[in-house]
Design a protein around this ligand. Structure first.
Ligand code: UT7
Length: 329
């Protein structure tokens, strides 16, 4: 028995932060940002009283509405995030409380930008085993809460956003989440993209705040090189394992970090530009949110037909990366 996606939903905050806004705050330019990343603007959840769980709650409510089910029918909630409301309890438990999913168990999963593909694959196992009937998987990050808006290396890249899916047993054989390959490489990855403080290694102190250790830091060039290779490799691997030719792919749904990485992945797969989902220009990198936001947009635009082959691919801190093959039901 395979797991299939039966509902999608997204939440993007209303406040738009454009490249021109960033020009007023940083030594950067709209031209530089667009040409190096493809990003024009991103969304910011301005209200400090609204944490990541607020966006998860908005997504979860829409998912229930779209699927016409009560919260009590949800068996499990997984929230992929690296910007949880707090260290504990989990943002998944907070989300459970927002919607009143009294019969669910809930946990967070942190695989940074690969969080959604890790979570979707984890969730699929609970459906395939017959343990659960309805699982909610949400990818959400309030990246503005860990961005240093004086650091042009990172501030221009990220945005806030969330989206998710419900998965259930597929109605027919041969449909749903058909394959997944997930990877980690802490040996080569952990030094290049991180937030040092706030955990047990560097608990919060005046020093950690003064040294700006509660912000994301990235060696962009290193991450770029690894992302291009790993996303293209895993996309190719998924195609080979499932005997898919470029023409068989309805949509490549890549993590939205940089248009140049997206293009390189599509090129290696031989997939035409028109089949590559991209919204990085509008939202920047929303970390665990990017792939489900893409799925929700494709679904809203009614671009997904029964039998459409989708390849989801991600890359993020850790390093973590992976690919998932979905045949839409
Ligand atoms: O989602 C998790 C995974 N993350 C990613 O996939 C991000 C991967 N990395 C990237 O997307 C790119 O490396 C960046 C967009 C972060 C940077 O692009 P780049 O082409 O690798 O630029 P660079 O870091 O090599 O910098 C080129 C130049 C430097 O100046 P010099 O040394 O050539 O004089 C930088 O100081 O551009 C300068 N620069 C900027 N200039 C204007 C760096 N950031 C900016 C900026 N505005 N925001």
């Amino acid at each position: 028995m395979k797991a299939a996606i039966t509902a999608t939903a997204k939440y993007l905050p209303d406040t738009v932060l454009t490249n021109h806004d960033l020009e007023q705050m940083l030594d950067t330019s709209d031209d530089w940002i667009k040409s190096r990343t493809g990003i024009s603007e991103r969304r910011i959840l301005r209200d400090p009283e609204k944490p990541t769980s607020y966006m998860c709650g908005e997504v979860a409510k829409q998912l229930l509405e779209k699927r016409h089910i009560d919260a009590g029918e949800i068996d499990l909630i997984i929230v992929a995030t690296m910007t949880p409301d707090m260290m504990f309890p989990s943002t998944a438990c907070v989300t459970q409380s927002i919607i009143g999913a009294v019969n669910a168990w809930a946990f967070d999963l942190n695989a940074a930008c690969s969080g959604f593909v890790y979570a979707l694959n984890t969730a699929a196992r609970f459906i395939e085993s017959g343990a659960h009937k309805k699982v909610m998987v949400i990818g959400a990050d309030k990246m503005s809460s860990i961005l240093d808006f004086t650091d042009r290396n990172t501030a221009i890249l990220f945005g806030d956003g969330a989206a998710g899916v419900i998965i259930e047993p597929a109605e027919e054989e041969g449909f749903g989440i058909l394959d997944a390959r997930l990877y980690s490489d802490g040996l080569n990855g952990k030094e290049h993209l991180y937030m040092l403080a706030g955990g047990s290694r560097y608990p919060a102190s005046h020093e950690t705040v003064d040294k700006k250790m509660h912000y994301i830091r990235q060696d962009g060039r290193q991450v770029f090189k690894s992302a291009v290779i790993s996303m293209a490799d895993v996309a190719e691997e998924i195609m080979k394992r499932n005997n898919l030719q470029a023409d068989d792919v309805a949509y490549l749904v890549p993590h939205q970090a940089n248009q140049r990485i997206i293009n390189a992945t599509a090129e290696r797969m031989g997939v035409d530009h028109s089949k590559v989902m991209s919204n990085v220009a509008k939202y920047g990198n929303t970390t665990a949110g990017t792939i489900p936001i893409c799925l929700a947009e494709l679904d809203e635009q009614q671009k997904l037909q029964k039998g459409s082959n989708l390849i989801l691919v991600s890359f993020g801190a850790g390093y973590t990366w992976g690919g998932i093959y979905v045949k839409w039901q």
